[in-house]
Design a binder for this molecule. Structure first.
Ligand SMILES: Cc1cc2nc3c(=O)[nH]c(=O)nc-3n(C[C@H](O)[C@H](O)[C@H](O)COP(=O)(O)OP(=O)(O)OC[C@H]3O[C@@H](n4cnc5c(N)ncnc54)[C@H](O)[C@@H]3O)c2cc1C
Length: 488
């Protein structure tokens, strides 16, 4: 069963997981109203893999087993493979309008990245264990979520607080873990969870240095979701919340047994700390494709909104939307650049890390285009695009609901007074409800928070660039001219 249907995916979630939503225990996530939208969105993506027009992009054939699996799990050997991945990432994020940061695609890419890191730091056995897991995902087409960050119980230190997930017992055949992790987007509608590293662990923190996978339906594991944003208000009034609310959850592990075949790292600080900074870069390619799709959608919605109010001819609006379109062009260029950068890194690693010495006119140190774009370009570009959408719609974003439009008493007056230039009230309202869901709703507020934090703590992220080899390359350039000045 290398490729699942939407229905198979849906049924696979009826597994007895301990799920809490809006203060209640939910026995069957597939029957809960808040998840119907996201389940049908993800289900459609599963079904699309069998669509004859899309299957060539969304799926690929495993070279060893000959089985068909998702292209999101393709381990690229060369630039052609990277381009195949890029086409797939683009298509799937386009089908979801860039609204779902944690499509299973992200984790599929990230797991390949982690395997590449483990190989890079010489952890062959761990990389093999993860490789077997990835092979299983190819066979079973599972949706995986992840959780990396310790609870916020004490941010005065980067050390794990006692509440963080840690080993409480080592037994024959596995480990027992307790504690919490945040935040696990997609958890209620994913099959499995990957627990991985974020901040490096110091000596003495070995019991907190954990990398493993588990089914979400595991004894002792609770999925505690934030409030659901799809409140059943329908596609017209909440066009985004009702389709793309991927949810976020805190995962609480209460003496959970993790069998040894599921454990990738348990206490090896070199392996744990080596993972974060040595990835080959599949994750950033997927993340940039998703962000580019969102920018395109935002540019499009701002244009539609401007036409709806008759502002599309106003230079001030054209300038603002033009800037978003310009950034969209930059994003498309970045995507190509990230793909090239990934291909180069794959080629270098295949040849041995030091094999490719820079020649004259080439950068001395490899660039981290993808993670730089995710850290510095996309969050600001998307925030700016949302701001432009707010400006374009003005008070229109405070839109009435479909209920008023269909109401016998007031509907005809809405049609008479609340339309646009040659734009009937129904169309204007439909556009403005979408603007509201993108700029003002709880879904919109969460999207803004997500864009700011999904790559981790923005400060830690930026500081890491300062300590990267690229800083040395830049410093050497400045020193060259300083030294030249001394020679007179
Ligand atoms: C919507 C959403 C979805 C998410 N999904 C996932 C997911 O699927 N998987 C996952 O593992 N994680 C996920 N996360 C968690 C994310 O990785 C964290 O939010 C991120 O690492 C920041 O950690 P924190 O939220 O605990 O903030 P904190 O660490 O508490 O930091 C809060 C703020 O303080 C700032 N700060 C930090 N140090 C300093 C300092 N010295 N001086 C001043 N300010 C400082 C930070 O930059 C940040 O702005 C998600 C987060 C959000 C909001």
């Amino acid at each position: 069963m290398a490729i699942r249907t939407g229905e198979q995916y849906r049924q696979s979630l009826q597994d007895g997981r301990r799920l809490f939503v809006d203060g209640e225990r939910v026995d069957d996530v597939t029957a809960h109203p808040a998840f119907q939208g996201v389940l049908s969105t993800l289900g459609a993506l599963y079904d699309a893999q069998a669509d004859p027009e899309l299957a060539g992009v969304l799926t690929t054939t495993d070279a060893d087993s000959g089985e068909v699996h998702s292209t999101t799990l393709l381990e690229a050997q060369d630039h052609d493979d990277v381009l195949a991945r890029l086409r797939c990432d683009r298509l799937r994020t386009d089908l979801t309008y860039g609204m779902m940061g944690r499509l299973p695609d992200f984790m599929n890419a990230y797991l390949l990245d982690i395997r590449s890191s483990l190989l890079f730091v010489g952890k062959q056995a761990e990389a093999d264990r993860l490789g077997e897991y990835i092979q299983r995902l190819r066979r079973e087409d599972l949706a995986v979520t992840h959780t990396l960050v310790d609870p916020q119980s004490d941010r005065s230190t980067q050390d794990a607080p006692p509440e963080a997930l840690h080993v409480v017992e080592r037994r024959d055949g596995g480990i027992v873990v307790s504690g919490a992790r945040l935040l696990s987007t997609l958890a209620p509608v994913a099959n499995e969870v990957f627990v991985g590293p974020y901040v490096p662990r110091r000596p003495g923190q070995e019991e907190y240095a954990l990398v493993f996978t588990l089914p979400l339906a595991t004894e002792g594991l609770s999925i505690v979701c934030r409030q659901a944003y799809d409140r059943g208000d329908g596609r017209f009034d909440t066009p985004l919340s009702s389709r793309f609310d991927e949810s976020d959850a805190i995962l609480v592990f209460d003496e959970v047994f993790v069998p040894e075949e599921r454990v990738v790292v348990a206490g090896d600080l070199d392996a744990y700390n080596g993972i974060v900074r040595n990835a080959v870069g599949y994750g950033p390619l997927q993340g940039a494709a998703r962000s580019t799709a969102k920018l395109r959608f935002l540019a499009g919605l701002a244009t539609v909104a401007a036409r709806t109010t008759g502002r599309a001819g106003t230079p001030r609006y054209q300038e603002e939307i033009g800037e978003v379109v310009g950034r969209l062009n930059v994003a498309e260029g970045l995507l190509d650049g990230i793909a090239l950068d990934l291909s180069r890194r794959i080629a270098n690693r295949r040849a041995g890390a030091d094999a490719v010495a820079p020649g004259p006119g080439e950068p001395e140190v490899e660039s981290r285009v993808g993670i730089s774009a995710l850290t510095f370009f996309f969050p600001e570009a998307i925030a700016k695009a949302v701001e432009v959408l707010r400006l374009v719609a003005g008070s229109g974003a405070i839109a009435m609901t479909e209920g008023e439009l269909r109401n016998d008493e007031i509907g005809h007056l809405i049609e008479k007074y609340v339309h646009g230039p040659d734009v009937p009230a129904e169309r204007r309202l439909q556009v403005m409800r979408m603007v509201w869901d993108m700029t003002c709703s709880p879904f919109a507020a969460r999207q803004a928070l997500y864009e700011r934090y999904y790559t981790g703590d923005p400060i830690i992220g930026r500081v890491l660039f300062f300590s990267s080899p690229k800083t040395g390359e830049a410093e050497r350039m400045a020193e060259r001219l300083l030294a030249d000045g001394l020679r007179g």
